[in-house]
Ligand binder design. Structure first.
Ligand code: TYM
Length: 336
């Protein structure tokens, strides 16, 4: 492809540094990033500019962004294979977002589910960024000529808009952006709250028992799984009318690689207490090495900063080419 500096297809994804990285984020997004890391040129951003759409305490925000960055690495994202960086370190994101704004309709933004939810939740701060959020996300994706975007189910609508904007721009000028495809896994694309299994597990849920962080200590993880809301039956089955148990089965399956069927066969009549204990233990075991690596990395801020710096430089080398091409196509004057 024209101007494409590298030959494997490109993957792009990111997480906003708000709240905690939950086991939902891990199952819906990060675990797929890890699977795809060898076959694609992957780029993973800390979407810190997106997080500004909600008011942040500066000191906490800075610390949280670095903590999320360390968690990316602790999960196994490898700077030798992937570009791992902070979105705000590559100025082309905001530059492209502005340009793409001029190819996006207000009506497309006001009908976004996340905009409606977030503006209901933050009525005192319905800022322009909240409305414009999907355009910045489209810029993130299109800037790198991304082929595949591995995300959870809740990002599907944003991905569609990114595709629409890319197609619109390509049709007006000539092929400029790769039109990205989503990668949403069949199982685990939506992990539910442990306290309300009909709503999504959210990284900033005010109820601490609703979500589990990937770096949480073992006792706390076990406590939350023991308290997980189920139903008044006793059988372990995957059924639509048993959202709590079904969610736990999905988590258990994702943690262990066992099929849901296999797990149901083992736990069907063992009772919820035994089942919940086993699910909790599977989560503790899966994340133990990640938590240890995270603690080690957080004691080496110099290393984290060096990875972030290298990531930003590599990302910018790709981003710059796309921006230059876009500016040329739309007729902005080049400085020669
Ligand atoms: P964010 O930070 O809300 O979530 C990060 C990723 O985790 C997925 N996810 C879940 N998957 C399964 N079950 C859940 N309960 C669950 N909760 C969240 C999300 O789908 C997402 O993949 N706008 C994005 C961040 C972003 C981005 C991008 C993503 C910014 N630029 C470019 C892809 C490409 C967001 O807020 O995700």
């Amino acid at each position: 492809m024209e101007n494409q500096p590298i030959n494997k297809p490109i993957i792009y994804s990111g997480i906003q540094p708000t709240g905690i990285i939950t086991i939902g984020n891990y199952i819906g997004a990060i675990s797929n990033w890890l699977k795809l890391q060898d076959d694609y040129n992957s780029i993973y951003g800390i979407a810190d500019l997106h997080a500004l759409t909600v008011r942040q305490n500066p000191a906490e925000f800075r610390a949280r962004a670095m903590s999320f960055f360390a968690q990316y690495l602790a999960c196994g994202l490898d700077p030798a294979k992937s570009i791992i960086y902070f979105q705000s370190h590559v100025k082309e994101h905001t530059e492209l977002a502005w340009i793409l704004n001029c190819y996006t309709y207000i009506g497309e933004m006001t009908r976004m589910t996340q905009f409606k939810d977030k503006s209901a939740k933050h009525q005192d701060n319905i800022n322009m960024g909240l409305l414009d959020y999907p355009v910045l996300m489209a810029a993130d994706i299109l800037l790198y000529q991304t082929a595949l975007v591995p995300v959870g189910a809740d990002q599907k609508q944003h991905l569609e808009i990114a595709r629409d904007i890319a197609n619109r721009f390509n049709n007006i000028y000539s092929p400029t952006f790769v039109v990205p495809e989503g990668y949403i896994a069949k199982q685990g694309a939506k992990i539910y709250s442990l306290q309300d299994p009909t709503s999504k597990m959210s990284k900033s849920d005010p109820d601490a028992n609703a979500a589990v962080s990937i770096i949480e200590d073992a006792d706390s993880i076990m406590r939350k799984f023991k308290r997980a809301v189920t139903d008044c039956e006793t059988v372990v089955e995957y059924r639509e009318d048993k959202p709590g148990v079904s969610n736990l089965l999905t988590i258990f399956s994702e943690m262990t690689g066992r099929t849901i069927e296999d797990i149901v066969n083992e736990y069907h009549d063992k009772g919820y207490a035994t089942f919940k204990q086993a699910v909790g233990e599977s989560v503790v075991e899966r994340f133990r090495p990640i938590r240890e690596e995270y603690n080690r990395l957080m004691n080496d801020k110099g290393y984290l900063m060096s990875v972030a710096k290298e990531g930003a430089e590599k990302a910018q080398r790709i981003a710059y080419k796309t921006i230059a091409k876009v500016k040329r196509k739309i007729g902005l004057t080049e400085l020669k």
